[in-house]
Design a protein around this ligand. Structure first.
Ligand code: SF4
Length: 237
C-alpha cells in the first residue's frame, strides 16, 4: 500500500485503533456454521441474527436435519431474523450443494485451501456473495479478507477512501486492494463500530469522530466552523 490514499487509509486506521482499540479475533465457528450465520445476518440486526441462529441450532443440532424436513419448518425456525422465505431457500441450496460437492456437510477444507480457491468455492454457491464469502474467510478461516457491509460502504464514501458514488461492489474491490492483510480484522470491526455509533446514516456525529480532520464530508464544514454540537468520546464496544 504505497499510494497517497493508501498512506492516508493507514493513518486513519491508526487513529481508529488509538480511539477504539485493536480488536483481536475471538472464538471461531466452523466455516459452515459461519456461512449459515452470515446468511441469517442479511438485512437484520445482530441480536435477531443470533436469535435466529440459536433457534435453528436448537431445532436442528445437525445440518443434515435441515434437509430432512419441509422448508416451512426451517422458515419457522429462523423467522425472527426476517426474510425467512428467502434465507431458508438459500440455506437449503447451500447445504445441498456442499453435500453434493464434498460428500458431507462440512467446510473445514476451506481452512486448508489457498484463500483465493476457498473464496472461489464460496462464491460458486448459489446465494453467496462477496460479503458473505469474506465473512467466512475472515471470521472462521482467519484469512485476510475484508467484508464490506452497509456501514463500511457509507463511511468509506464519506471519508473519501472511495468515490462518493461508488457502488458496494466497487467499494469492496477498492478496499480489498488497500486494506493491509494484517489489519483486515481490526479495520472491519472498528469501521463497523464507527458507522454504528458515530458516522450514522442520519446525523453523523462528526465532532466526536477521530477521523474528522481528513474526512471529505466533514473536513470543509470543520474548516468553516460549520459543525455544531457536543463533542463526546464515542462509546464503541
Ligand atoms: S467525520 Fe463525520 S462524516 Fe466523516 S467519518 Fe467521521 S462521522 Fe463520518
Amino acid at each position: 500500500m504505497t499510494t497517497a490514499l493508501g498512506t492516508r487509509i493507514g493513518r486513519d486506521l491508526d487513529l481508529l485503533e488509538k480511539a477504539f482499540g485493536c480488536p483481536r479475533p475471538g472464538r471461531r465457528l466452523p466455516p459452515l456454521d459461519e456461512l449459515i450465520l452470515t446468511i441469517l445476518s442479511q438485512h437484520t440486526s445482530d441480536v435477531n441474527r443470533d436469535r435466529a441462529y440459536r433457534e435453528l441450532r436448537r431445532r436442528f443440532p445437525s445440518w443434515s436435519g435441515v434437509l430432512r424436513v419441509p422448508r416451512s419448518d426451517l422458515e419457522d425456525a429462523i423467522r425472527v431474523g426476517g426474510l425467512a422465505r428467502t434465507k431458508s431457500r438459500v440455506i437449503r441450496d447451500v447445504l445441498r450443494a456442499i453435500l453434493r460437492d464434498r460428500g458431507r456437510l462440512d467446510l473445514g477444507v476451506l481452512r486448508r485451501m489457498p484463500a483465493d480457491q476457498a473464496k472461489a468455492y464460496l462464491l460458486g454457491l448459489k446465494g453467496v456473495g462477496e460479503k458473505t464469502a469474506c465473512c467466512v474467510l475472515l471470521f472462521s478461516c482467519g484469512r485476510p479478507a475484508f467484508p464490506v457491509d452497509t456501514h463500511i460502504h457509507r463511511v468509506a464514501r464519506r471519508l473519501g477512501w472511495v468515490p462518493s458514488k461508488a457502488t458496494a461492489a466497487r467499494t469492496h474491490a477498492l478496499l480489498a486492494a488497500m486494506i493491509p492483510a494484517r489489519r483486515c480484522y481490526a479495520a472491519h470491526i472498528n469501521l463497523i463500530a464507527l458507522g454504528r455509533r458515530v458516522c450514522r446514516s442520519r446525523a453523523p456525529a462528526c465532532l466526536s469522530c477521530p477521523l474528522r480532520r481528513g474526512c471529505r464530508y466533514a473536513g470543509p464544514l470543520l474548516r468553516r466552523g460549520a459543525l455544531r454540537g457536543p463533542r463526546r468520546r464515542p462509546a464503541i464496544y
